[in-house]
Each structure stands twice: as C-alpha cells, then as structure tokens.
Design a protein around this ligand. Structure first.
Ligand code: ADP
Ligand code: MG
Length: 243
C-alpha cells in the first residue's frame, strides 16, 4: 500500500514555481532518500508531506488522507508523521524531557506517568538519559539532534521525515546520528523519507533515491543505480561535485 502518494503536485512561492509536477509513491515501510543541489526544493518537498507547506496543484495523499483537500484534519494527519529538522527546532525554554513529553501529552492526551516512561524509553534509545533535565542551550549539536529524534519517536508515528539531520553538526557527531537513524530503520517498519548528502549512509539504508533539481524529479532509482550508473546528465554532474 502506498503510504505517501504525490500526484502531479505543484507548489509556488508567489510567482516562483518551486515544485514541478512531482509524481511518485512511497510504500509503507519504504526508506527513501532525497538528494539534490542546494535550493532545488528538497526541504519544500519533504515539508509538504506533513502539510507544513501548502500545495497549489495536484493531489498529495498521506496515510490514506488527501492533504490537498481543504476538509482534511491536518492535526490528525500530523499525529502520524514525525519530523526532524536540520536545525533541531527544540523548544528552547523547556528541558529535554519536557520537549519529548509535550506533544504526546497535548496531542495524544497520554497519561502523565505513561508519557514519562515512554519519553524515557526513547531518550535511552538515543543515548540521552543523562541529559533529561538539561535545556537545549546546554547541549551539543549532536545531543540536540538526539533529543529532536526522541521527541519525534515519542509520538510513535507511521512516517518519519528527516531534513538534512546531520548537516548542521560537527563532523565527529555525524556518524553517531546516522547510526541512530540506521538503528531506527532496522528496528521499526516506519516509512522513512530523508534528505541527506551522506552517500555511504544513503547507499546502506535507501530502498530508493530520488534526485531533484530545480523543483523537478530527475531520477528515481535504487541507490545502487543512482550512485553507480546515473542516467541523467544533471545527476551525473551533481554526483561529480559531491563525490
Ligand atoms: P533545498 O532544501 O533543496 O535547499 P528549499 O526547498 O529550501 O531547497 O528551497 C527551494 C527554493 O525555494 C529556493 O530557491 C528557496 O530560496 C525558495 N524558498 C524556500 N522557502 C521559501 C519561502 N518561504 N518563500 C519564498 N521562497 C522560498
Ligand atoms: Mg533544505
């Protein structure tokens, strides 16, 4: 079953045509990596999936719900979608534990004790048990991203979106975060869409790689084919720059 279905999706920022006839499906449990040059529309694309960006044409169906339909309850949709951002987006004045407990308390109305146990479970999974009472400014970049991942997981979503989760981190922290994401991929059946330039990681985890340039999908192929035998000139040029 398709968990995410883009059907000729178009998006504009004012007059600027940022997403052009985007058409693809992602099955339940699939892991898809999105790559492309800076400014090509990767963040915009991934943000449309949880309706952080409105679309102007086509249909976008996520978890059986048509996002483009004005009647859709976006809060209900977002309950099933977790997102991890490049710049963490933690609540600055709340502790790590509070960051993780907030959405399940408000959105899922989870019982307080159960909520805390659940939050602690995911904080342990990302290796942050010793920092539960710290505020974000007391954490390193890698620790902030661990907290953000725990916060997303605590909602136990069906879909996880990662937008360049390691590109704001110091090099020595990148591997840790990628390993945590790999673990999540191996131990759950969540549908995962991640924008990343980490090629070794993409090769290891991706069922498919989607390459976008200037708002259009140029390649949609296995990681093996994309990295070893890109068919399109623009993909070849992109790879020759990042390799
Ligand atoms: P990427 O993530 O691939 O770097 P983005 O999706 O962030 O690309 O941006 C795609 C294009 O849309 C860029 O040219 C960017 O400047 C523009 N853009 C992004 N967000 C906005 C916005 N809120 N308003 C206007 N233009 C935007
Ligand atoms: Mg981006």
């Amino acid at each position: 079953m398709a968990m995410i279905e883009f059907n000729k999706v178009n998006k504009y920022y004012g007059d600027f045509h940022v997403l052009k006839d985007i058409d693809f499906k992602i099955d339940q449990g699939e892991v898809v990596v999105i790559v492309g040059p800076s400014g090509s529309g990767k963040s915009t694309l991934i943000r449309t999936i949880n309706a952080l960006e409105e679309i102007q044409g086509g249909h976008l169906i996520v978890n059986g719900v048509d996002i483009s339909d004005k009647k859709t309850d976006l809060d209900a949709l977002r309950r099933d979608i977790g997102m991890v951002f490049q710049h963490f987006n933690l609540y600055a004045n709340k502790t790590v534990l509070e960051n993780v407990m907030l959405a399940p308390r408000i959105v899922l109305k989870r019982d307080e004790k159960e909520n805390e146990e659940n939050a602690m479970k995911y904080l342990a999974l990302v290796g942050l048990t010793s920092k539960i009472n710290a505020k974000p400014h007391e954490l390193s970049g890698g620790q902030k991203q661990r907290a953000a991942i725990a916060r997303a997981l605590a909602m136990e979503p069906k879909v996880m979106l990662f937008d360049e989760p390691t590109s704001a981190l110091d090099p020595e922290m990148i591997g840790d975060i990628l390993n945590i994401i790999k673990d999540i991929i191996e131990t759950t059946d969540m549908t995962i869409v991640t924008v990343t330039h980490e090629m070794d990681f993409a090769r290891e985890v991706a069922d498919r790689v989607i390459f976008i340039d200037e708002g259009a999908i140029i390649e949609d192929d296995s990681a093996e084919n994309f990295y070893n035998h890109p068919t399109q000139k623009r993909a070849q040029q992109f790879l020759s720059r990042v390799l």
